[in-house]
Every structure is written in structure tokens, then in C-alpha cells.
Design a protein around this ligand. Structure first.
Ligand code: 5GP
Length: 206
């Protein structure tokens, strides 16, 4: 079953409002449906929404970072009928020639991570769609773009489940002329509550 994209966004926003927990000034905890426990129905609808938006881009691979990007990326790749790859964290593989690697500053952990993808899985000519759970300052997306670049492949767009519009990532991606689809777009946190951007979903797809 496929729901209309606007309804999917509404369900996502409702879930964020009822189950999301604002931590400090800029972190949203959504571990009851996205980051720890996962809502498979919602995730499947999210995958269909991204796939619909990017269906004309002739995508050959979906790329994300472990672990929270995997669920939405897998659901998207299932719809697009292409493989999903997740960049691995945790191990430094900079000296291993079999991997493309990039350095990513982790927003939530405040540490620098090496991420790596086997050279076997991204090839020149691949048209890659990046999917992630959150967009904050854009460092995760930047690292994935770096890897796509090293592989000689093309990044064709970025799909984000929840963007925090008040941080720098949104502008960073647009400045690279990359199509960006963010399903839930948060304008700000106010008294521990989420305030969504007035325009709702942000979609910059050619
Ligand atoms: P960025 O690289 O854009 O600065 O941050 C994006 C990454 O950090 C995402 O992959 C996500 O895992 C994590 N992240 C950033 N902001 C939040 C947030 O408010 N809540 C959660 N749960 N993760 C976040």
C-alpha cells in the first residue's frame, strides 16, 4: 500500500510531535520510531515517498551511513529496485586501498569518524542517491559525497527524513546544486517543542 506523500509527511510530523524529545537547543530524539525502535510501516512509506521523488533520476545505488540511515535507505532502494550501500563507521580504514574513505564529524557524538565503503560497490558511472535520517550541518552528506567523488560516480540527489532547517546542512547541499528532498522540515525548537517550517516538506528537485 502506498499513501500519498503529503499524508506520509503528516504522519511523520505527528509522530515527531507526539514521540520526539527535544534535547538541549538542537537535538531531537526519535528513538521510538527511527533511531532505535523502528516503525516498519512508516519507514516503508518514507521509502516510497523518496523513490517517487527521484524516480526519473535513473538511480543505480542508494548510499547512507550506518546505522540510522539504513532503514529509510533500504526502503528507498527496495522501491527503486537498486542495491543499498551503507558506509561503515567504527574502524579506521584509511590505509586500506580496497576502501574509499572520508572523515566525518559526528554531530551527536561530537567526534571525528572515518567512514568507509568498499571499492567494489561504487563504480564510475553509478548514479547515487544519498539518504539519511537527519540533516544538521551536512557533514555526513559531505562525507558521502566525498566517497562518491572518489569512486568517479555521480551524486544525483539527497533524501532526508528530518532536516533541522536552522542548521547549515540545507544551504550546503543547495550550494552544491544537488536536488534535496526533506520530508519533515524543522524550523526551530521552542520551549522544548518542535516547530515545523511553514512551507512543510522542502523539495528542491529539478
Ligand atoms: P550532520 O552531519 O548533517 O551535521 O548531522 C547528521 C547526522 O547526525 C545524521 O546522520 C544523524 O545521525 C545525526 N544527527 C544530527 N542531528 C540529529 C538530531 O537532532 N537527532 C538525531 N537523533 N540524530 C541527529
Amino acid at each position: 500500500m502506498k499513501l500519498d506523500r503529503r499524508l506520509v509527511i503528516k504522519i511523520l510530523e505527528e509522530k515527531i510531535k507526539s514521540e520526539g524529545i527535544v534535547l538541549g537547543s538542537d537535538i531531537l530524539k526519535v528513538d521510538s520510531f527511527l533511531n532505535h525502535q523502528i516503525d516498519p510501516f512508516l519507514m516503508s512509506q518514507i521509502g516510497q515517498a523518496f523513490a517517487e521523488k527521484f524516480s526519473h533520476e535513473n538511480i543505480s545505488k542508494v548510499l547512507t551511513i550506518e546505522s540510522s540511515g539504513i532503514a529509510p535507505a533500504l526502503m528507498t532502494s527496495l522501491q527503486l529496485q537498486v542495491p543499498m550501500i551503507f558506509a561503515r563507521k567504527h574502524q579506521s580504514r584509511t590505509l586500506n586501498e580496497e576502501f574509499f574513505s572520508a572523515s566525518v564529524y559526528s554531530y551527536t557524538k561530537q567526534t571525528e569518524n572515518q567512514i568507509a565503503v568498499s571499492k567494489r560497490f561504487i563504480n564510475p558511472g553509478d548514479r547515487v542517491l544519498i539518504i539519511d535520517d537527519f540533516l544538521a550541518n551536512g557533514q555526513a552528506v559531505q562525507g558521502l559525497l566525498d566517497i562518491i567523488n572518489q569512486a568517479g560516480a555521480s551524486a544525483v540527489g539527497v533524501g532526508i527524513v528530518i532536516e533541522k532547517r536552522f542548521q547549515a546542512g540545507h544551504q550546503l547541499i543547495l550550494s552544491k546544486n544537488l536536488p534535496l528532498v526533506s520530508l519533515a522540515s524543522i524550523d526551530r525548537f521552542e520551549d522544548g517543542q518542535v516547530v515545523f517550517s511553514k512551507q512543510g516538506e522542502t523539495s528542491h528537485v529539478n
